[in-house]
Design a protein around this ligand. Structure first.
Ligand code: PLP
Length: 202
């Protein structure tokens, strides 16, 4: 008998379609995959060789719980070079096996029962599942093609309540492909700062 928590989430349809497609392929049927979002090239040799060399040289043991420090330092340097933002490799990185475990960890540390998390509609379906899984409430904010799938800041202000814990965005977006304009990001940052100062007063 599965837990209520597990029963509360919906199947991720992309995986169901992929599994059906794999089954068809194993029966000799030619399938054009349009379900899963993946690069259309294999892992580059530099990465493959790096992994192989680490495995054969015995780097197969536990690391710090936040991930290998050398890697966190390299990630911090990367962010500095590409974004001009200094993140502390000791406290501001956590290495995970993909974004799904990262979101799982993040939302498990943020959400209390009944907390609201704003997500876009359309949006990446797993976000809704993560929020529900941790007893949060997904709040859907519609975005429209006529507006190039950009967030309507007025609408965002309307859906924020004292229970709002987070807003999840991805850019480039799945499924719309939209890249969030800097202006929108700046407006969101202003709203978040104001909300933070209000939350401190409560
Ligand atoms: C927006 C978004 N988040 C997360 C994922 C899953 O990422 P991962 O395989 O790193 O868990 C996908 C995969 O398509 C995605 O589009």
């Amino acid at each position: 008998m599965f837990s209520k928590r597990v029963n509360s989430i919906k199947p991720f349809i992309v995986m169901e379609v992929l599994e059906k497609a794999l089954e068809m392929e194993s029966n000799g049927i030619d399938v054009v995959h349009m379900e899963i979002g993946e690069p259309d090239f294999d892992t580059p040799p530099r990465i493959v060789n790096g992994c192989l060399s680490d495995i054969t040289s015995g780097k197969t043991h536990y690391t710090h719980s936040l991930g290998n420090l050398e890697l966190r330092k390299a990630l911090s340097d990367y962010k500095m070079r590409h974004r001009n933002i200094r993140f502390d490799p000791h406290t501001q990185f956590m290495v995970t096996g993909g974004t799904s475990p990262a979101f799982f960890n993040l939302l498990s540390t943020l959400i209390n029962r009944g907390d609201e998390v704003i997500i876009t509609d359309p949006g990446y379906p797993c976000y809704e599942n993560f929020i529900t899984f941790f007893n949060g409430k997904p709040v859907f904010m519609p975005i429209y093609e006529e507006n190039e799938f950009d967030l309507d800041i007025g609408e965002l202000k309307r859906v924020i309540t004292p229970k709002t814990k987070a807003l999840i965005l991805n850019s480039p977006s799945n499924p719309t492909g939209q890249i969030i304009p800097d202006m929108t990001l700046n407006e969101i940052a202003d709203i978040a700062k104001k909300k933070k100062s209000l939350d401190h007063l409560r």
